[in-house]
Ligand binder design. Structure first.
Ligand code: SF4
Length: 86
């Protein structure tokens, strides 16, 4: 399983989650060139260890375990994964 970042992150990109992730699997980071142009942040499903540390620090409640994603945001599973398949 993986955690997934959904719609509330769009335009928010708070990055508190990036700071707490123990395996550094949330990108882009604030200091990367990609940060400015990215619409949201994404979790790498192959690296996420399902620790849940990112969930409570998100100010807009954008992060969910994949199997608890609200139905209207199910497509964000693929959107997060796609970011790492470029
Ligand atoms: Fe990182 Fe843990 Fe969140 Fe996965 S659940 S993105 S490993 S902080």
């Amino acid at each position: 399983m993986t955690y997934v970042i959904a719609e509330p992150c769009i335009g928010t990109k708070d990055t508190a989650c990036v700071e707490v992730c123990p395996v550094d699997c949330i990108h882009p980071k604030k200091d990367s060139p990609e940060y400015a142009t990215s619409t949201m942040l994404y979790i790498d499903p192959d690296s996420c260890i399902d620790c849940g540390a990112c969930v409570p620090v998100c100010p807009v409640q954008a992060i969910f375990p994949q199997d608890e994603l609200p139905d209207n945001w199910k497509n964000y599973t693929d959107l997060n994964a796609a970011h790492y398949k470029k």
